[in-house]
Design a protein around this ligand. Structure first.
Ligand code: SF4
Ligand code: SF4
Length: 77
């Protein structure tokens, strides 16, 4: 659990073994979809509950960190 109360709680989502919640949408993500549009690897998926990153596709370019207006993305995870 993070200090702001959000957490990566995806254990009940099919395929979550390869998906990482960068943060829960209700806490910080405003659901704009910019990060998923700007990801060169199509690694980000906006779901109703979270923005999800497929670690097997992410190349660590950092585009999502740069474009997110809510500072949701972090370099860990
Ligand atoms: S770091 Fe780059 S490849 Fe990885 S999720 Fe962000 S935009 Fe996509
Ligand atoms: S850019 Fe940030 S606020 Fe917008 S969908 Fe992605 S994580 Fe959420």
């Amino acid at each position: 659990m993070r200090d702001d109360g959000s957490a990566a709680l995806l254990d009940n989502i099919p395929g979550s073994e390869i998906m990482v919640a960068i943060i829960t949408i209700a806490k910080r993500c405003i659901g704009c979809g910019i990060c998923s549009e700007q990801c060169p690897q199509q690694a980000l998926t906006l779901s109703p509950d979270a923005i999800l990153r497929d670690k097997t596709l992410c190349n660590g370019c950092g585009n999502c960190i740069e474009v997110c207006p809510a500072s949701v993305h972090e370099t860990t995870g």
